[in-house]
Design a protein around this ligand. Structure first.
Ligand code: AMP
Length: 260
């Protein structure tokens, strides 16, 4: 596996693959602190493409001023080992300055889809997500990009971005990977104390009812940002809760059993 930090180095590394052999390229955008959710994306990309690129970038522009950008879990060395084990070919780990040099001022806004749910509680979040994804798509020029159903609204925003801006890539959305007890894997789970993790189990249990009223009851005294049916593709019951200083999101598809 090759690890690069600059856009020029990504382009140089991929030039050969793309040019001479017309190899297909799969991209897995991530913020690192890898777990089995990320790994399922790496493996799908490995199975479906000649070359696999993963990006590791905690994107500052998708975090609000009061959010956990500084405290977001970072574990670069372990991430390199996991990516290597999953046969990622190229790991792109840029600095914030590489992605947002001085004078940066161009933003992508997927307007309507970005408004409810996460967008309502994290103003500007999806503008940051859409912008960094378009940049990564332009830098890597993948044939396929891999995202998790865990972030259902994000997948919907990226799908719309691809359609609206006529990007030539296929979006692949993979099912949510959960721990044996039902908790969706998330880099932020690392912040939960054992007692908080126990309380967090109310989230998957509530969503499993697929009924917002009953779900809210099951969430009991948790601090709920929202729990509602979201008219995405597929339709989901989606929720965000705060447990101590950790904010967790999760969702369960309503129509397609196989995406759970
Ligand atoms: P992140 O590093 O949290 O930004 O996630 C990178 C990608 O992995 C996103 O497309 C997420 O939706 C996906 N992902 C995160 N957690 C999971 C999970 N538990 N199951 C499947 N995909 C996930």
């Amino acid at each position: 596996m090759k690890v690069v930090e600059t856009i020029d180095d990504v382009r140089a590394a991929l030039e050969h693959a793309r040019g001479a052999n017309a190899a297909s390229i799969g991209l897995v955008p991530t913020m690192g602190a890898f777990h089995d959710g990320h790994r399922s994306l790496f493996r799908a990309a490995r199975a479906e493409n000649d070359a696999v690129v993963a990006s590791l970038f905690v994107n500052p522009t998708q975090f609000g001023a009061a959010e956990d950008f500084a405290a977001y879990p970072r574990d670069g060395r372990n991430d390199h080992a996991i990516a290597e084990e999953d046969s990622v070919d190229l790991l792109f780990a840029p600095s914030a300055d590489e992605m947002y040099p001085p004078g940066f001022q161009t933003w992508v806004d997927v307007e309507e889809l970005s408004r409810p749910l996460e967008g309502a509680h994290r103003p500007g979040h999806f503008r940051g997500v859409a912008t960094v994804c378009l940049k990564l798509f332009n830098i890597v020029r993948p044939d396929r990009a891999y995202f998790g159903q865990k972030d259902a609204q994000q997948a919907a925003v990226v799908k719309r971005l691809i359609r609206d801006l006529d990007l030539e890539l296929e979006l692949r959305v993979l099912p949510t990977v959960r721990d044996a007890d039902g908790l969706a894997l998330s880099s932020r789970n690392a912040h939960l104390s054992p007692a908080e993790r126990e309380r967090a189990l109310a989230l998957p249990r509530a969503l499993a009812t697929k009924d917002p009223t009953r779900a809210r009851e099951l969430l009991g005294d948790l601090d709920v940002d929202y729990i509602e049916i979201a008219d995405l593709e597929p339709r989901v019951i989606a929720a965000a809760v705060r447990i101590g200083s950790t904010r967790l999101i999760d969702n369960v598809p309503l129509d397609e059993e196989d995406l759970e």
